[in-house]
Design a protein around this ligand. Structure first.
Ligand SMILES: Cc1ncc(COP(=O)(O)O)c(C=O)c1O
Length: 395
């Protein structure tokens, strides 16, 4: 069923005249997500944080069910953490790498992830290798297959990179990881909320994501999926009195579930907001969301492609809602600020956020527009008009 745009628009709190197309940065929360958080903050102010937590324990518990429904996993496979990076790091740094182990990743890997590979490479003598991309731009499955040997300890892939509309074939990669019994970590930060995710189909051991982007949740909250298949074989890189119990002077016991990757204190209002955002997305339907996001992104790419001097930089056979482009004669920051003056929000994607891919393709700073299902074609028209005018002035 197509998305009911009127009803979705009714839940927006966006200022009149603003076209928010920075959904790859942070999307707009629907009203219910905001209200859920305000409601909890009011309760905390009224009765204190601990009492508020006790009173809302059922709702807080239900957030794990919401994440589990989103990912098709079990609630005990979910940890709710501060952001995607914390989730990803807790997974990555729990892997007992040894000298000579190999990490295989994609060319469009996210900077923070790659920095962690480099640190572990330096610290433990691990080898980091990027799997070449196909001519279309996604990770090449054939090349990956050929690179597999018994030294590959981890395949770690960003599903949708921060710098463009590419969607990597995470299911095909997962089939190879599973067949060879290799750990598989998926960064779904830019896909959660715009593309359906099924960890059974992906066959990953870990998957990390954030609240504030396509899921339309609050800032400062994210989650990590850890498969029960591997949970007991890994130790979190750090523990506290929440993730473990102090048994006696010499011993502790880890929690039995994925929450061993959490720590004691957290932002309960944001956690409840995340649950509300996920329920909102599930209620619309992730298939429906993906269809509408792709439709709008296709329109935006086609329209931008008609402007002289505009080059589009999204690669991959399958593309999503992130649209990146450059304008000859005007730098990306200039386009971003020109659009902002006209009430249109986009962001700039710098080469250092995906250095391997950006170097290979010799990418400059790019303008990044992320279209969500609540955006209107009129907003796309407005962006295209402004870019055309700036391109003509810059030429
Ligand atoms: C692909 C990708 N992974 C991870 C992150 C980090 O997410 P967070 O800021 O929630 O830690 C981002 C943020 O832009 C991202 O684009």
């Amino acid at each position: 069923m197509p998305i009911d745009k009127e009803s979705v628009s009714g839940d927006l709190l966006c200022e009149a005249g603003v076209a928010h197309l920075d959904n790859a940065g942070a999307a707009l929360m629907p009203r219910c997500v905001l209200e859920t958080q305000i409601d909890h903050l009011r309760l905390e102010a009224a009765v204190g944080g601990y009492e508020a937590e006790r009173l809302r324990s059922d709702q807080l518990d239900a957030v794990y069910d919401s994440v589990a429904r989103l990912l098709n996993c079990r609630r005990d496979e979910v940890a709710i953490v501060e952001n995607a990076t914390v989730g990803w790091m807790m997974a990555f740094y729990s892997i007992p790498f040894e000298p000579g182990d190999r990490i295989l990743t994609a060319e469009a890997e996210y900077a923070s992830n790659y920095l962690a590979y480099l640190q572990i490479a330096c610290d433990r003598g691990v080898v980091v290798e990027t799997v070449p991309s196909t001519a279309d731009g996604e990770l090449c499955i054939e090349s990956l297959r050929k690179m597999i040997d018994e030294r590959v300890k981890l395949i770690s892939i960003t599903h949708v990179p921060t710098n463009g509309g590419l969607v990597n074939p995470v299911e095909e990669i997962g089939a190879i990881a599973r067949a060879n019994d290799i750990l598989y970590l998926v960064d779904a930060c830019q896909s959660a909320g715009q593309i359906p995710l099924d960890v059974d189909a992906i066959q990953c051991d870990f998957l990390s994501a954030t609240g504030r982007k396509w899921l339309r949740g609050p800032r400062g909250v994210g989650f990590l999926y850890v498969s029960n298949r591997i949970l007991d074989s890994l130790h979190p890189p750090m523990i506290d009195l929440f993730s473990a119990t102090w048994i006696d002077a010499d011993h502790y016991e880890l929690r039995k579930d994925a929450r061993r990757f959490e720590n004691w204190e957290s932002n309960y209002a944001a956690k409840l907001g995340l649950g509300s955002a996920i329920d909102y997305a599930l209620n619309i339907g992730l298939d429906e969301i993906e269809t509408e996001v792709s439709r709008l992104a296709d329109i935006l790419r086609a329209r931008l492609g008609e402007i002289d001097g505009v080059s589009l930089h999204d690669i991959g056979k399958r593309k999503c809602g992130i649209v990146t482009f450059a304008v000859a004669g005007v730098d990306a920051a200039g386009i971003e600020s020109g659009l902002r003056e006209n009430g249109i929000h986009v962001s700039v994607s710098s080469p250092v956020s995906t250095l391997i891919d950006a170097t290979r393709r010799q990418l400059p700073d790019l303008v990044r527009a992320g279209v969500h299902y609540y955006n209107r074609e009129a907003e796309i028209d407005a962006l295209v008009r402004c870019v055309k005018a700036m391109s003509e002035q810059g030429a």
